[in-house]
Design a protein around this ligand. Sequence first.
Ligand code: HEM
Ligand code: HEM
Length: 182
Amino acid sequence: MQRFSSWTIGLHWLSVGLVIGAYTSVNLKDAFSDYRISELLRLVHFNCGGLLWGVMMARFVIFITRSKAVAIVPPIARLQQVISKLMHYLMFACFLSLPILGALSLALQQQSWPFLGIMTPILGEDFKASVQLHQFHEQIATIGYFLVGLHALAAFYHHFVRKDNTLLRMLPGRREHHHTKP
Ligand code: HEM
Ligand code: HEM
């Protein structure tokens, strides 16, 4: 069975981990009365999100430059192909914009934070813009849950109901070698 490249597979599952890290940390943040734990979870959120931006950028470059995705067998309808492509673009848009909105919102209210140990720059003070960016960040993050949920459901539908190779292509494993083909 043919799979996606190791980079595509590795970065896909790395981004899944970072998405889980970003959502979990921010949602747990207020569950602790100890402010040091909340503060730590906030930094985990910022750093998972920041790293995710880099990973999604790399994935996006691969996504738009590769000649063709590994085919799904048995093949899916043309309309399904278009919808899945649209869905993938939406997920890139979501997780590439979220870190920028979050980081801008902090920078515009003079908040610097350590990204992998390096303090981020701040921008001129603009609380109104900062609050708006923050709200936008929340709304896109909410949409993100639905995109990922739908995406995972689609993957399981393909695997368990349609029983095609959609999911298997994205799982790590032995690569097929075509010694016999020219
Ligand atoms: C793609 C990655 C990210 C996702 C999925 C994400 C998601 C979220 C979610 C779900 C919330 C909670 C919103 C609510 O309270 O309803 C949130 C809050 C927030 N996020 Fe993000 N975020 C991401 C990246 C970032 C980054 C990189 C930063 C900044 C460097 C950031 C800054 C914030 C801030 C400041 C808040 C408000 C939290 C607070 O009250 O302290 N986010 N984010
Ligand atoms: C349990 C969770 C997940 C499962 C089972 C899953 C499964 C898959 C599968 C099977 C594909 C290949 C689809 C195709 O070729 O049409 C795929 C692609 C993709 N997934 Fe996920 N995924 C999950 C979570 C996520 C998350 C959290 C993100 C967001 C960061 C994400 C972003 C993407 C993107 C952008 C693609 C298209 C990438 C490409 O073709 O190179 N996935 N996923």
